[in-house]
Design a protein around this ligand. Structure first.
Ligand code: GDP
Length: 524
C-alpha cells in the first residue's frame, strides 16, 4: 500500500453522535459542518436567523459545495482530518439500524442537555457503545440556559452510566449569567459571546487568570475555581488509556446553538479520537485497516420508501484498504463475485458517485436484494467474514397475518427475507405458530408493512401486542411449556430458541419468584 493511502486512512475519524431527542444533536452537527467549511457561506446567515436549515437548503448546499450532507452520513475535513459523522436517528425513526450504526464507528460523541441530564435514549445508545469499548466523548449542551449544577451532572454521568468522567473544561456561570468556560485542558478561559483576541484569556501556571479582567471579580468565577479545585483534589485524573478503552469520558461544556465551545471541543476531540480501528473476523483474525486488501461489512440497509424505486441502499463500513469504483469484490456469504460499478453511490444521495474511499469511510451500494445486514465484502481472492453483528433485544411486538389467506406463500417468503436481511425480528407462538414480530422502534413495523405490500404484494394485518420484556433462557432444558401464561408468554425465535415475553417488570419478577431455576438473559 502506498504511503499516500496509509496517510488517508490515518486521517479518518468516524463517529456517531448519541443523544436523547432534543438534546441538540442536529444543532451540533450543523456547527461541526460549519467549522469543517462545508457550509460556510450558505449556512451561516440562515443559521443565525432560524437556528435551523431547511432540507432544501441542505440539498442546495450539497450541490454548491460538492459534498454530501445527507441524513445518514456526513463527511467533512478539518485540520488534516477527514471526518465521517454517522447519524443515529431518534424519535419515531429509532430502529435496530440506529444500534447497528454504532457497530460502524470508532468513537461516539454523547450530547447531554444540561437541564435534563442523562435521558432514556442516551442510556440505551451508551450501553451499546460501552459493550464495544469505544471511546465516548461527552458534550454537555445548552449552558446558555439554566440547567443542573455542573458537579451534579458529572455525578450523574458516573452514577447513571457508570463511566468515569474527566472535565476538560468547566462553565463559569450558566443561563443568563453564563460568562464562559474555564478550559482546563488548553489552559485558558474562553469568554462567552466574545470574538477575536479577547475571546481567550490565558491562565497562570497555578490556574489563576493571568490578566486583570472584570470576570475575576464575579462570584461565578470564584465558584468555578472552587469547583475545579475540588475536581483537582477529589476528581479522576485524566487517563488517555482509559479514554481509549471507553472507561473514561472526557467532558466538555458548551452551547451548540450559540456556537460556544464547539470548536474547542472539535479540536480537542480530534486529538484523542481514534483513527480507523482493526476489526475481527469470525475466525478471530484481526484485520488491520492499513492493508492492501479492500474489505468492509454492511451495517445498515435503507429501504427506499418511494414506491417508484424498489431498490435499497446497503451501507458499507470500509474496514481495510481502498475502494475504487469498478473494482471486483466477493460477497463472503454467497461466494458470488461481482463488480462495484456505477451502482455504487456515495451515501443515500443519487447525485454523488464515489470514485474512491478508504478504511474508515462509509459507502452506499445499490441493493436489489443481494445483501443482508452483517454481510462482508472483500476485494481480492481470499474471502472471510467479519464477526456477526449483535442481535438487539426488541421491546415492541405485533402479531402479524396476511389479510388475504390465499397469499400465505408470499407472506411467508416476504417475512423470511426481511427477517434474514435484518429489517425485523421473528418469533412464533408455541402451538398455534402465530407470527410475532419484534422491533426496537415503531419505524421497523412501518417499513415492514410497506415492503410487504410493495415487494411481495401482500397486505398485512398487524395487531400490536404492546411493549414486552424479552428474555432468552440459559438452561432451555428446564423450561416447561406450562410456564407460559398471558403475562409471560413463551415463544420461539427464528433460531428456535425459547423466549419469554413478559408483560412488564412485575410479571418478570413474579415469574422469577415462581421459577428461580430458570436463568434468563437479554441480548444487547
Ligand atoms: P436533536 O433532536 O438532538 O437533533 O436536537 P436539535 O439540535 O434539533 O435541538 C433541539 C432544540 O434545542 C432546538 O430548538 C435547538 O434550537 C435547541 N438547542 C440546541 N442547542 C442549544 C443550545 O446550546 N442552547 C439552547 N438554548 N438551545 C439549544
Amino acid at each position: 500500500m502506498t504511503t499516500q493511502i496509509q496517510d488517508q486512512i490515518q486521517a479518518r475519524r468516524t463517529f456517531a453522535i448519541i443523544s436523547h431527542p432534543d438534546a441538540g444533536k442536529t444543532t451540533m452537527t450543523e456547527k461541526l459542518l460549519f467549522f469543517g467549511g462545508a457550509i460556510r457561506d450558505a449556512g451561516t446567515v440562515k443559521a443565525k436567523k432560524t437556528g435551523k436549515f431547511a432540507t432544501s437548503d441542505w440539498m442546495e448546499i450539497e450541490k454548491q459545495r460538492g459534498i454530501s450532507v445527507t441524513s445518514s452520513v456526513m463527511q467533512f475535513d478539518y485540520d488534516d482530518c477527514r471526518i465521517n459523522i454517522l447519524d443515529t436517528p431518534g424519535h419515531q425513526d429509532f430502529s435496530e439500524d440506529t444500534y447497528r450504526t454504532l457497530m460502524a464507528v470508532d468513537s461516539a460523541v454523547m450530547i447531554v442537555d444540561a437541564a435534563k441530564g442523562i435521558e432514556a435514549q442516551t442510556i440505551k445508545l451508551f450501553k451499546v457503545c460501552r459493550l464495544r469499548g469505544i471511546p465516548i466523548f461527552t458534550f454537555i449542551n445548552k449552558l446558555d440556559r439554566q440547567g443542573k449544577e455542573p458537579l451534579e451532572l458529572m455525578e450523574e454521568l458516573e452514577e447513571v452510566l457508570g463511566i468515569e468522567s474527566y472535565a476538560m473544561n468547566w462553565p463559569i456561570g450558566m443561563g443568563k449569567e453564563f460568562l464562559g468556560i474555564y478550559d482546563r485542558f488548553n489552559n485558558r478561559i474562553e469568554q462567552f459571546r466574545k470574538d477575536g483576541t479577547d475571546r481567550f484569556l490565558p491562565l497562570t501556571e497555578d490556574g489563576g487568570l493571568a490578566v486583570d479582567h472584570s470576570m475575576k471579580k464575579t462570584s461565578y468565577y470564584t465558584q468555578a475555581l472552587d469547583d475545579i479545585m475540588l475536581l483537582n483534589e477529589a476528581g479522576n485524573d485524566f487517563d488517555q488509556e482509559k479514554v481509549k478503552n471507553g472507561k473514561m469520558t472526557p467532558v466538555f461544556f458548551g452551547s451548540a446553538l450559540t456556537n460556544f465551545g464547539v470548536q474547542t471541543f472539535l479540536e480537542t476531540y480530534l486529538q484523542f479520537a481514534p483513527t480507523p480501528q482493526p476489526r475481527k473476523t469470525d475466525a478471530d483474525v484481526e484485520i488491520n485497516p492499513v492493508t492492501d486488501e479492500f474489505s468492509g461489512f454492511i451495517f445498515k440497509i435503507q429501504a427506499n420508501m418511494n414506491p417508484a424505486h424498489r431498490d435499497r441502499i446497503a451501507f458499507v463500513r470500509i474496514v481495510s484498504g481502498k475502494f475504487e469504483r469498478g473494482m471486483t469484490v466477493t460477497l463472503s456469504r454467497t461466494g458470488k463475485t461481482f463488480k462495484l460499478t456505477q451502482s455504487t453511490q456515495f451515501l443515500a444521495d443519487e447525485r454523488e458517485t464515489v470514485e474512491t474511499a478508504v478504511a474508515g469511510d462509509i459507502i452506499g451500494l445499490h441493493d436489489t436484494g443481494s445483501y443482508q445486514i452483517g454481510d462482508t465484502i472483500v476485494g481480492g481472492k481470499k474471502t472471510f467474514s467479519y464477526e456477526k453483528l449483535p442481535q438487539f433485544t426488541p421491546e415492541l411486538f405485533v402479531r402479524v397475518t396476511a389479510k388475504n389467506v390465499m397469499k400465505s406463500k408470499h407472506f411467508n417468503k416476504g417475512i423470511m427475507q426481511l427477517v434474514q436481511e435484518g429489517a425485523i425480528q421473528y418469533y412464533k407462538t408455541l402451538h398455534t405458530e402465530d407470527v410475532i414480530l419484534g422491533a426496537v422502534g415503531q419505524l421497523q413495523f412501518e417499513v415492514f408493512e410497506h415492503r410487504m405490500k410493495n415487494e411481495y404484494n401482500v397486505d398485512v394485518r398487524m395487531e400490536p401486542i404492546g411493549n414486552k420484556i424479552a428474555r432468552w433462557i440459559q438452561n432451555e432444558g428446564d423450561v416447561k411449556e406450562s410456564m407460559s401464561s398471558p403475562r409471560s408468554m413463551l415463544v420461539r425465535d427464528r433460531y428456535d430458541r425459547y423466549v419469554f415475553l413478559f408483560e412488564n417488570d412485575f410479571a418478570m419478577r413474579w415469574f422469577h419468584d415462581k421459577n428461580d431455576n430458570i436463568e434468563l438473559f437479554s441480548l444487547l
